[in-house]
Design a protein. Structure first.
Length: 472
């Protein structure tokens, strides 16, 4: 053993994941000279992008089609200034594209409100990747060895000295401590959603879906959420709007409320006077605050950001001391604060008036693949079972009420290293995101309980995830 090793026992720390949470874990590393950081993820060499903010490997019509659900300033406090600084080069990237997102943005740009824009997700990916590279470079300059491995972790085992992780290419990697950030719950599956005329998810299937869009086929989306709105953007990037045929179906048959920042900004300051004995009494107080704010001209954008800031500062524990009651809250708040991309929602409504987009209220039960196209079997708003013939079906239904998880997360649950919250269906971890095994932490958008604190709003938010990581 060298003199240096005698003074400092070399530590190997591993991060599993390649998205926002994994990037935040890398920024928080407290490694010393001689230590090693290993990052394993599908796209670890572009750490921070993950699936949500991935960059297309080659030029495509939909490369910058998908927009952020929220205005830039709500995503990350540093993202708005970064946008302003890089605005000219970002505009240059958008030139000559069919989907003229800049035209829709111009009203806000003219008012100097670049921070209020719903910009292409790829731009946020650029920002996160750039910030993460700075953090990794600092680690290397401080003598930490950094290894970024593009692979998928499929199993983790506890060893005498820490952990051994197996990847999809049958390699094994060892570490003393591990942070797992494998992303959100998987989309709920529907019988027949992965066939010649259907796709179980939009992302990664764009090229195949594009062929059907360009043929003029009707595209049928199961779900009316952010992913469905992305499908509309995909259609807009490929066809003139009068040729688009898009049908969306959900039990409510309603679009998310658009998140529209107002000028001058209006601030929502919740007035909650806890503690509340039950979830019901707490939710009644929240609803009272919402109604009062709406009477004062506040919209969903202000409501979401106001409550998010309040909960980030105060937490739920002080408001609902009974943790079993607190665990009943997140699913309701998720529906109450449902919002989406301003530009795309307005486009959907405009195209709905001309018949290019349609809404069906119903619950899809299965998809029957036909010789040409598919039949969607659904129970409509009147309770009648019907078959809707369509060209191509995309499952945009989201995680649903019963979460399903990636294989690695499922293995952690099976080993009882992490648990499922009975009330919310999400993941419960210990204080500081610790699991039942010393040296292993876990955080993902599916996490609803951390220690004795319940996450009141889902962690489908880059800044919320980053905040939780830094609190560890």
């Amino acid at each position: 053993m060298s003199d240096h090793e005698k003074r400092h026992q070399i530590r190997r720390h591993m991060i599993i994941g390649d998205g926002v949470t994994a990037a935040a874990f890398s920024e928080c590393c407290t490694l010393k000279p001689g230590d090693e950081l290993i990052v394993i993820g599908n796209n670890a060499t572009r750490l921070g992008r993950g699936l949500a903010y991935a960059a297309e490997p080659q030029e495509t019509p939909w490369q910058f089609a998908y927009l952020l659900n929220s205005p830039a300033e709500d995503i990350d406090p540093d993202f708005g200034p970064w946008l302003e600084k890089n605005w000219a080069s970002l505009c240059e990237k958008m030139q000559g594209r069919r989907l003229n997102w800049l035209a829709a943005a111009q009203t806000f740009v003219d008012k100097g409100d670049i921070k209020g824009l719903n910009v292409p997700r790829a731009f946020l990916g650029d920002f996160i990747e750039e910030r993460t590279k700075v953090a990794l470079t600092k680690l290397q300059q401080n003598g930490v060895k950094v290894r970024l491995i593009n692979s998928t972790a499929i199993a983790i085992m506890e060893t005498i000295n820490g952990f051994r992780v197996k990847t999809s290419d049958n390699q094994h990697h060892c570490a003393d401590t591990v942070d797992i950030a494998t992303g959100g719950p998987e989309t709920q599956r529907i019988d027949g959603d992965d066939s010649t005329f259907s796709a179980s998810t939009l992302f990664g299937n764009e090229a195949r879906i594009a062929e059907h869009i360009q043929k003029g086929s009707e595209i049928f989306c199961i779900g009316m959420n952010a992913t469905m709105l992305d499908v509309l953007r995909l259609c807009q990037s490929l066809l003139p709007e009068d040729q688009i045929r898009l049908t969306a179906c959900s039990p409510r048959g309603s679009l998310p409320e658009p998140l529209i920042p107002q000028l001058p900004r209006k601030i929502m300051r919740p007035n909650l006077k806890g503690p509340y004995p039950t979830a019901e009494s707490f939710l009644a107080a929240v609803q009272e605050n919402i109604q009062s704010a709406r009477k004062n001209g506040l919209q969903m954008g202000e409501l979401r950001s106001g409550f998010r800031a309040y909960f980030t500062e105060h937490g739920l524990k002080s408001l609902i001391p009974n943790i079993d009651e607190a665990r009943k809250v997140p699913n309701t708040l998720r529906h109450w604060f449902r919002g989406g991309t301003r530009d795309t929602i307005m486009d959907f409504k405009r195209l709905n008036a001309t018949g290019s987009t349609k809404i069906i209220r119903g619950s899809v039960k299965a998809i029957e693949v036909m010789e040409s196209g598919a039949n969607v079997i659904l129970k409509n708003g009147t309770g009648m079972m019907i078959r809707h013939k369509t060209g191509f079906v995309i499952n945009c239904s989201g995680a649903g009420s019963q979460f399903d998880f990636d294989p690695l997360t499922r293995s952690l649950i099976d080993q009882k290293w992490i648990t499922i919250c009975a009330q919310s269906g999400g993941i419960a971890v210990g204080e500081g995101c610790r699991t039942q095994v010393t040296g292993l932490r876990y955080l993902s958008p599916a996490t609803t309980v951390i220690g004795d604190e319940v996450m009141p709003m889902p962690l489908y938010d880059a800044h919320l995830l980053r905040t939780q990581v830094f609190r560890t």
